[in-house]
Design a binder for this molecule. Structure first.
Ligand SMILES: Cc1cc2nc3c(=O)[nH]c(=O)nc-3n(C[C@H](O)[C@H](O)[C@H](O)COP(=O)(O)O)c2cc1C
Length: 226
């Protein structure tokens, strides 16, 4: 896997995991990706609790409204925010908005790094916060933001539909769409260019093989002739 856009586009939320361990080397690479994420004023007001222990994973899966599939993942990472630090630096906006965004940026880095290593992830936001806090002995002033399941995927889930660029991008003002989106939207043009490239390649391959076969035929016909 190479291009970052290919990594971004092919990442999927994993639903089922294989009973296979992710090495500590890979887990630590994923955690390292998190700490390099952008954060408001670089305050890095996050902490990551890594859970390998099967009973604790099971209890966390239960706390996530019985999403038991995540307990099969090799590791769960509880992403914790330090809202007080956000508040100290940037007031209410820091506490309520930047803190959440900082953690989300760290999470996305983890998902992408894992995917680039061939490891699947699930970003789990639905859970009982108090239960998760109790299970991981998280202090009162810290908020668990997400549980990230990390493991080897049983299957590659189909890509869910994503809105095309032209429906989510406006120009200069709200609801102002491009008149000719195909002209501006790299998304569409890239897909078309790739498809055209693939067709050209397969036509070229087919033509080469026909030429090869005709050449063979000519040689054998010449050899056979008296
Ligand atoms: C804030 C947030 C919370 C989420 N919570 C859950 C969750 O509790 N359980 C789950 O299976 N997936 C959860 N997801 C994953 C989404 O369902 C998934 O990203 C979405 O369906 C798109 O699929 P994709 O990630 O394969 O593109 C969450 C994603 C985000 C960003």
């Amino acid at each position: 896997m190479g291009d970052i856009l290919d990594i971004i586009k092919s990442r999927r939320t994993i639903k089922h995991y294989l009973p296979k361990f992710v090495s500590w080397e890979n887990v630590s690479r994923i955690l390292d990706a998190a700490r390099h994420a952008p954060s408001s004023g670089n305050i890095q007001n996050w902490k990551f609790i890594v859970i390998f222990e099967p009973e604790q994973k099971q209890a966390l899966a239960k706390a996530a409204y019985e999403q038991y599939d995540i307990a099969m993942a090799s590791v769960l990472i509880v992403v914790c925010a330090e809202p007080e630090k956000g508040e100290r630096y940037y007031g209410m906006r820091g506490e309520r908005l930047y803190t959440v965004q900082n953690c989300a940026a760290a999470i996305q880095n983890m998902l992408l790094e894992a995917h680039s290593l061939g490891i699947g992830t699930t970003w789990v936001g639905a859970f009982d916060e108090e239960e998760v806090k109790a299970l991981c002995k998280i202090p009162e002033d810290i908020r668990p933001q997400a549980l990230i399941a990390v493991g080897y995927s049983k299957e590659v889930p189909p890509k869910p539909p994503k809105y095309p660029l032209e429906t989510v991008v406006y120009f200069h003002k709200w609801r102002n769409k491009a008149r000719d989106p195909a002209k501006y939207m790299i998304d569409i043009s890239t897909i078309l260019a790739r498809k055209a490239g693939n067709i050209t390649q397969s036509l070229h391959g087919a033509a080469q093989s026909v030429v090869g076969k005709v050449k063979e035929k000519i040689v054998t016909t010449k050899e056979d002739s008296p």
